[in-house]
Design a protein around this ligand. Structure first.
Ligand SMILES: C[S@@+](CC[C@H](N)C(=O)[O-])C[C@H]1O[C@@H](n2cnc3c(N)ncnc32)[C@H](O)[C@@H]1O
Length: 233
């Protein structure tokens, strides 16, 4: 079961990689950039710190963080889907950004805890992992003491709440319909299912506290459509 989800997710992101940035901009009306910047502002990466962008995709967060932690620190973008990571690499080549390191790896298989990070971020990644608790645990072990982590994702709002209804309408009538124009509707239909299986905010906070994080806060943004989870070890 676990194995199947990993393969399914990897196939989805390899398949949509060539249109990923274009559709992200179109489907969010460019707003995903603001939400990612908000996450980075909340995390306050500092020059000299070591950071990781897990499930980095085409690397938006890694690029934002590289500006904050360079030249003394480091940032690595990690993703398990080769095609989407190649787009991140191509973007950094075009920008002549040699500062960001890119690594192809399944986040749940990161087992080297010898070099701990000051900070870890993940946007729209946690929801795609096989096991959310394992993902949060992994982040805990990869962080230094007092390290901070931030996760941006769709907010799983209460069933039949206004934001839940709006989210469903948006996903079905905007996301799936537009992605259909590019023959990618099965891949984008997956988002609704993945949000349904994703923990609600109180559950995410509970998991983080059980894992050992000292501080866990969740903020909803954009009328409850998205959420940011901030953790401190
Ligand atoms: C929705 S995309 C988000 C990409 C990017 N962070 C962003 O916000 O635009 C989810 C990414 O998570 C990656 N991913 C999913 N499961 C993963 C895993 N187990 N290990 C590493 N990457 C994973 C996918 O390949 C994909 O690039």
């Amino acid at each position: 079961m676990k194995f199947t989800k990993t393969i399914e997710v990897k196939n989805i992101f390899n398949k949509i990689s060539y249109k990923y940035d274009f559709l992200n901009n179109l489907l969010s009306f460019g707003l995903h950039k603001l939400w990612k910047r908000k996450l980075v502002n909340l995390l306050e990466p500092l020059n000299g710190e070591d950071w990781a962008d897990l499930c980095c995709g085409t690397g938006d967060l890694a690029f934002l963080i590289s500006k904050r932690v360079s030249p003394m620190g480091s940032i690595v973008g990690i993703d398990s889907a080769r095609d989407i990571l190649n787009i991140a690499k191509k973007k950094s080549d075009q920008e002549k950004n040699k500062f960001i390191k890119w690594e192809i790896k399944d986040v749940l298989e990161l087992n080297d805890y010898s070099k701990n990070f000051d900070g870890i971020c993940m946007s729209y990644g946690l929801r795609n992992l096989n096991n959310f608790e394992e993902g949060i645990k992994k982040v805990f072990y990869l962080l230094k003491d007092k390290g901070r982590a931030g996760f941006l994702d769709f907010n799983h709002s209460k069933k039949n709440s206004l934001s839940n209804i709006f989210q469903k309408i948006y996903l079905r009538l905007v996301v799936v319909k537009i992605s259909k124009l590019f023959n990618l509707s099965p891949e984008y239909s997956y988002i609704e299912k993945s949000i349904r299986n994703f923990p609600e905010k109180n559950e995410l906070i509970k998991i983080a506290k059980e894992v050992g994080f000292k501080k866990a806060e969740y903020k909803t943004i954009f009328f409850g459509q998205m959420g940011i989870l901030i953790l401190i070890k």
